[in-house]
Write a protein that binds this ligand. Sequence first.
Ligand code: CMP
Length: 149
Amino acid sequence: MAIQRTFIMLKPGVLQRRIVGEIVSRFERKGLKIIAMKIMIIPPVLAATHYAEHKGKSFYDELISYIISAPVAAMVLEGEDVIQLVRRMCGHTAVCESLPGTIRGDYCLHTNRNIVHSSDSPESASREIKLFFQPNEIVSWDDGNSAFF
Ligand code: CMP
């Protein structure tokens, strides 16, 4: 068990459907700590850097145009083994594989509108957190309730 940080992005449809609170509350109820959070419109260059590994794939152009089309909510969560845990809470990337009870399983129908992005490894988390947040935007705080989760 290790305390980790992970990057989460609630994609444009989440704000437009007014369900930011519902999604964020899943992470809070689990006991994860929000240590950074902001609403932003992603500049095209940042979108291309963030999704560089997908450049050339069939879904890339649509992915970039969607992600820059409207504001997103970007967050950093902290907790024990949070990277894998949050991936499991989000559900499978392909929406038809994502199980009920997961965020994607409960809230979306199309893989290219799969509502949420979360880092897939410690290396990705570190890279993505640095891309989206300045160090002074991350607030680490003591959790007196951690023993209760
Ligand atoms: P995300 O976790 O943001 O990472 C890449 C995104 O590309 C993914 O979620 C989906 O929104 C989108 N995407 C669309 N089609 C595919 C696909 N076939 N495989 C993986 N990702 C896809």
